[in-house]
Design a protein around this ligand. Sequence first.
Ligand SMILES: [Zn+2]
Length: 150
Amino acid sequence: MSAFSKDASEPPFLQLRTREQLVLTLCICKRKLKEDMHELGVVFHMVDLLEDAAREHGLSRIAKVTVSLGEVSGVVTDFFEDAWLWATQRSDLLKDAELEIYEIEAASVCNDCGKSYKTVPDGRICPHCGGSRTELLYGNELEIDSIEGC
Ligand SMILES: [Zn+2]
């Protein structure tokens, strides 16, 4: 049901902090996110990745997951949280896992005047000079920052 495929994702960077705590950083492929931005699909993909990471590190339960969510990622926070609740209740590993979301404000830079600005609400047009040669600096990310489990 998901347009994601594992081999298209960047390899997760894993770091064990203590024997009980696992910290994982990975970036869900942004190109894929643009194509199919259905929150439930994203959450199912995350559950797959988290289950793989847990198996790999011998975790039997994940207690908390921290996610960075960009303002223009296309993911709606409320929908994402609802989807998380729905999907994690169906996973032995993730049942009752806490979800913490850091919302990242989007920013763009203008290649005509060199200034940066908040992407929302100006979008692609620079509010300083009216130029259109702008690019997004950040704000479209959806990344798992860390997971805690035992
Ligand atoms: Zn400008």
